[in-house]
Design a protein around this ligand. Structure first.
Ligand code: PHE
Length: 443
């Protein structure tokens, strides 16, 4: 066996894990899902899930990886045996499903860089911007071309390996992204009429909450935290045992929530200021942000910068969606990195074709009332990730159990009583909450 690669530094690991967490999930998905689910109340439920068990699961995955020093399938086999590796296989499969729609949206961001640069989106009229977006995504060829370019970029970074590829890209790009987010939040908040959006976002209206709100929130937490499919496990497996995991998990979690919160602050006030509808769905960010840029001096330049960074945030996340399956094939089947990446990228692209066509020629083809794109999003976020997370919680809490505490406390990571709280969250709180939400929504 070849020696396992490791992160070059602690900062590098935390930035890579944060780079995985912060992506389209925060900037594209979070604002429209929040808009769709009534604003403030959704935000509160989201944070409750994060604190209730999201952070604990994030840490559990990192710990699994660090201890086993293996890919998801290998880690569950080594620490659990029996049927547990199935959880790893589910993760590998989930990676394909997520990438199939992720690269489509990432492709849109690439296209928008070009459109901003050419000044094509210079308008504050919701109808004009909505039509421009609708027309672009409905085209059968162009979005696919951009998705292919994006997939090629992902393949290029992942082929570069851990510290030279993934880590190096993240160290620089994450800090720049945050600065830019802040600038845009400031502009959005000072737009005339932004107050209504702010109130919508920050005042919980509990009358709009139903079982579906919890379902949407739990899916969003899993997706945004990159948990439930072995991504954080895989990133943890490139750690040496000295990392302080609770601190790393907390930093990643806080950065991720901050990015999501700021994205809401950037998008929702603008939605109201310009008279868009907060439940415009997947197009929301792409339609509202150009209006914000048009209201900024030098807005087109900001637009180019912003979509560039969004594409980069998407890149660092997409890389982390691909890495678990790459590490699986390298560890378990001794295939070369370059080879797995090449084959997997082609498969992902082929799966992206129907997802992209869902916005145009195939928009009428539906399964269970969902287009292919929506179906993939639903399968991955509402089913596969929560089930993967549930199994991971049960595994670490019960099957691994006490030795997990030992693995954590080896280097004095988490003082009592927190270690005990963590274990019981995984044993009881997370499983009950996840099962309850899944059952009430699916039955
Ligand atoms: N967390 C990423 C985002 O918010 C998406 C992701 C999901 C990454 C699952 C890895 C695993 O964009």
């Amino acid at each position: 066996m070849t020696v396992r690669e490791h992160w070059g530094s602690r900062f590098g690991f935390v930035m890579a894990a944060a780079g995985s967490a912060v992506g389209l999930g925060n900037i594209w998905r979070f604002p429209y899902v929040t808009g769709d689910n009534g604003g403030g109340a959704f935000l509160v439920i989201y944070l409750a899930i994060v604190l209730g068990f999201g952070l604990s699961l994030l840490m559990a995955e990192m710990l699994l990886g660090r201890t086993a020093q293996r890919n998801p399938v290998g880690a569950f086999r080594q620490l659990g045996g029996r049927a547990w590796p199935l959880v790893g296989y589910l993760g590998v499969l989930t990676g394909f499903v997520i990438l199939s729609f992720y690269i489509v949206v990432a492709g849109w961001t690439l296209a928008y860089i070009g459109q901003m640069a050419r000044g094509l989106l210079h308008s504050r009229d919701p109808d004009v911007l909505g039509a421009a977006f609708g027309q672009f995504v409905a085209d059968p060829w162009q979005p696919l071309l951009y998705a292919a370019v994006f997939m090629a970029l992902v393949a290029w970074v992942v082929t570069g390996g851990i510290s030279r590829g993934i880590e190096r890209a993240n160290r620089w790009l994450m800090p720049i992204l945050f600065v830019l987010l802040l600038v845009l939040v400031l502009r959005a908040l000072t737009l005339p009429g932004a107050g209504a959006g702010l109130a919508f976002y920050l005042t919980p209206d509990w009358s709009r909450v139903n079982a579906g709100t919890y379902f949407a929130a739990i899916s969003q937490v899993f997706f945004s935290f990159s948990i439930g499919m072995g991504t954080m496990l895989t990133y943890g497996s490139y750690l040496s045992s000295r990392e302080n995991l609770p601190r790393a998990a907390l930093t990643v979690g806080v950065l991720d929530c901050l990015a999501a919160f700021l994205s809401g602050l950037m998008v929702l006030p603008a939605v109201f200021a310009f008279g868009f509808s907060p439940s415009a769905g997947p197009g929301l960010t792409f339609i509202t942000l150009p209006a914000v840029f048009a209201a900024l001096p030098g807005g087109d330049l900001f637009g180019v910068l912003f979509f560039t960074l969004l594409a980069i945030a998407a890149l660092t996340s997409a890389v982390s969606i691909l890495e678990p399956l790459v590490s699986y094939f390298i560890d378990e089947h001794e295939v070369s990195r370059a080879r797995v990446v090449a084959v997997a990228s082609v498969v992902c692209f082929l799966l992206a074709v129907p997802a992209s066509l869902s916005f145009g020629p195939w928009s009428d083809i539906t399964v269970f009332g969902m287009t292919w794109f929506d179906l993939m999003d639903f399968l991955a976020n509402n089913l596969m990730l929560p089930v993967g997370g549930l199994m991971t919680a049960l595994f670490v809490g019960w099957a691994w159990g006490r030795p997990a505490l030992k693995a954590l406390s080896n280097d004095g990571d988490l003082p009592q009583p927190w270690a005990g709280v963590w274990l019981w969250v995984l044993r009881v709180v997370a499983p009950i909450a996840i099962v309850w939400i899944l059952v009430t929504n699916l039955s």
